[in-house]
Ligand binder design. Structure first.
Ligand code: CP
Length: 331
């Protein structure tokens, strides 16, 4: 693996899942793999889980992680080619990235979308410029449109539950005789949020191919079809939830009329009553979550919620990815 930006950067999702689950059993099995190497973690936006889990993952592999909160502590970066930098940006990525490429062996970047200009956000300029100018492997710690470490974690967590329920350790649900029904449901929120987690979950579940995948959301909340193609999409949440094995709850703002909130209908919030229609589904969310807006207390504090396990698995997803990059890197 060279970079980790999107599902296609993994040639075999199930082997990545197996690798992550093996690290969960033995976190320091490859302590020598990253010895003498450094990982830079650049945050243009806030984070708790991604920041800490990736640092722990790097340390488990013997790497030294260095965190830099660019958004708060660094010079304001310019990403446009041929920009006349007479505004607020102080340093061009063309100048900064090669230096970071010399300091580090792997670079992780977190950026968010502006939610103002769809073409700009969906061009993924920030990540592309770091790939172009740093000369080292780039790991997305969430970009304008995708959150691959989260999505890999989500598949690891689903696989872990399927293995536990079937008492088998095979990573492929299909060989157990049936595919689990996985539902991604839109949830209300008070402010416009990126589509990254939903896009990415859809992209990875489709690429994985081991689930019956249904997406449900209110009208006008369609996601970009490049990520959802292959999923069943319905505006009827009740119908979508029927017999679900896993329900992934997430808000996103509108994609077509970009970055808006049309409806904040509290009826879309998942409750125990709605869960009755499912196959005693496990409930997932990437966190952070606004309680009793996106997800009810009764769900989050109840037996069906696996959000803590899911967030804990972030370490193993990051570790599997970093290990694959280190194994493939000549640096
Ligand atoms: N889920 C997730 O990416 O959490 P953080 O924003 O805290 O990193």
């Amino acid at each position: 693996m060279k970079h980790f930006i999107t599902s296609t950067d993994s040639t075999n999702i199930n082997s990545l899942v197996l690798k992550a689950l093996a690290y969960k059993q033995n976190p320091t099995a490859d302590k020598q793999l990253g010895a003498g190497k450094r990982m830079g973690l650049l945050f243009l936006n806030p984070s708790m889980r991604t920041r800490l889990s990736t640092q722990i993952a790097a340390q488990n592999l013997g790497m030294e992680p260095v965190v830099f909160n660019v958004g708060q502590e660094g010079w304001s970066l310019e990403f446009e080619e041929e920009a006349i930098m007479s505004g607020t940006t102080v340093e061009h990525v063309k100048d900064a990235a090669p230096i970071l490429g010399n300091y580090f062996d792997i670079l992780g970047i977190r950026t968010f979308p502006s939610l103002k200009n769809k073409e700009d956000d969906y061009s993924e300029l920030y990540i592309k410029q770091f790939i172009k100018y740093s000369g080292i492997p780039i790991v997305s710690l969430e970009s304008a449109t995708l959150h691959p470490l989260q999505s890999l974690t989500d598949i690891i967590t689903i696989t872990e539950h399927l293995n536990n329920s079937s008492k088998k350790s095979a990573p492929i649900p299909a060989i157990r005789g049936h595919k689990p029904k996985v539902v991604l449901t839109w949830a209300p929120h008070v402010k416009p949020l990126p589509q990254c987690v939903a896009n990415s979950f859809a992209q990875w579940i489709n690429a994985w191919g081991e689930a019956d995948f249904v997406i449900t959301h209110p009208e006008d909340y369609e996601l970009d079809t490049q990520f959802t193609k292959g999923a069943t999409i319905t505006h009827n949440q009740e119908e979508a939830l029927k017999d679900a094995d896993f329900v992934y709850v997430k808000n996103w703002s509108t994609y077509t009329d970009y970055g808006r909130i049309y409806c904040n209908d509290p009826d879309w919030m998942l409750t125990n009553e709605k869960l009755q229609a499912t196959n005693n589904a496990k409930v997932m969310h990437c966190l952070p979550v606004r309680r009793n807006v996106e997800l009810s207390d009764e769900i989050l504090d109840g037996p069906n919620s696996i959000v803590t396990q899911q967030a804990s698995n972030r370490v193993w997803a990051a570790q599997a990815v970093l290990a694959e990059i280190l194994e493939g890197s000549g640096k």
